[in-house]
Design a protein around this ligand. Structure first.
Ligand SMILES: Nc1ncnc2c1ncn2[C@@H]1O[C@H](COP(=O)(O)OP(=O)(O)OP(=O)(O)O)[C@@H](O)[C@H]1O
Ligand SMILES: [Mg+2]
Length: 248
């Protein structure tokens, strides 16, 4: 029997260390930019067992179908998506720990019919705990992207996230700074929300590891229409990621 993920060319992670900095939002838009700009076949796996975000982010509530003992990912606008939130009542997963969590992660990776994919994007839960470790033991990751805002509290955890990738032997592809600035709706002036571009400074310090900045944009939320400058920012970031992907 072939390895369940053998038809997936690249598994990449979007993580942060700190919660609530925009991993899920960014993972979702990166996935769509890979599809829209580069015609890649992309899957998005919400690895947050305890607090799944994808159902809300994608406006999807339906239950996936089971075909020949495999879970069929939900398909929306060309993106194959899977989340614990599609499979169980989120209240029940809330109290899982240890082996239950590992079993759930295994199921999301191996019991889902991902099929042929160029990229499977894994939206990690916050922190440097059990779930990223479990995933890394189960499937080799091509690379990891770390999201942070430019405030010291977020960056301290972001740096830990980078250390964790390195410890696990996963290539660190770079930082994305989120909620970096506001664009004035009247005059389009950029109003900085970031603390001295801390993320970019850290990225430069650890090497050429800055992928780009995403503005504060309510259009990135479910049902929104993103600003042109956000769209451009995702395009630029994805242009840097493309050469890092395995083709074969
Ligand atoms: N660039 C942005 N502009 C405006 N709102 C944003 C932006 N990025 C994220 N948000 C909002 O911030 C909140 C947190 O985002 P998100 O859920 O993507 O973060 P997360 O890092 O995945 O959180 P968790 O650690 O809980 O998984 C959400 O309400 C989201 O809509
Ligand atoms: Mg999230």
């Amino acid at each position: 029997m072939h390895h369940p993920l053998s038809l997936v060319k690249n598994v990449i992670s979007v993580s942060s260390g700190k919660g609530g900095v925009g991993k899920s939002t960014i993972a979702f838009h990166l996935a769509h930019t890979l599809i829209d700009d580069h015609s890649l076949r992309v899957g998005l796996l919400d690895a947050d067992i305890h607090g799944p975000s994808l159902p809300t982010l994608m406006g999807l509530m339906e239950k996936p179908q089971i075909v020949e003992n495999k879970i069929v990912p939900l398909l929306k606008d060309g993106l194959k998506a899977m989340s614990m939130g599609f499979l169980v009542d989120p209240q029940s997963a809330l109290i899982w720990r240890g082996l239950m969590v590992q079993k759930a992660i295994k199921q999301l990776l191996f019991d889902v019919e991902w099929g042929n994919l160029d990229v499977l994007v894994i939206d990690m839960p916050p922190g440097t705990g059990d779930i990223p470790l479990t995933i890394n033991q189960l499937v080799p990751l091509s690379g990891g992207i770390v999201v942070s805002t430019s405030d010291p509290l977020s960056l301290v955890d972001g740096v830990k996230g980078v250390a964790m990738l390195k410890k696990m032997g996963i290539p660190f592809w770079g930082f994305i700074e989120n909620m970096a600035h506001l664009v004035c709706p009247q005059c389009e002036t950029h109003i900085s929300l970031s603390h001295d571009s801390l993320v970019e400074k850290e990225a430069v310090r650890v090497g050429d590891a800055f992928l780009g900045s995403i503005p504060f944009d309510q259009g990135l939320r479910f049902g929104g229409a993103m600003m042109a400058s956000s769209k451009d920012a995702f395009k630029d970031i994805v242009r840097k990621v493309i050469p890092l992907l395995k083709q074969g």
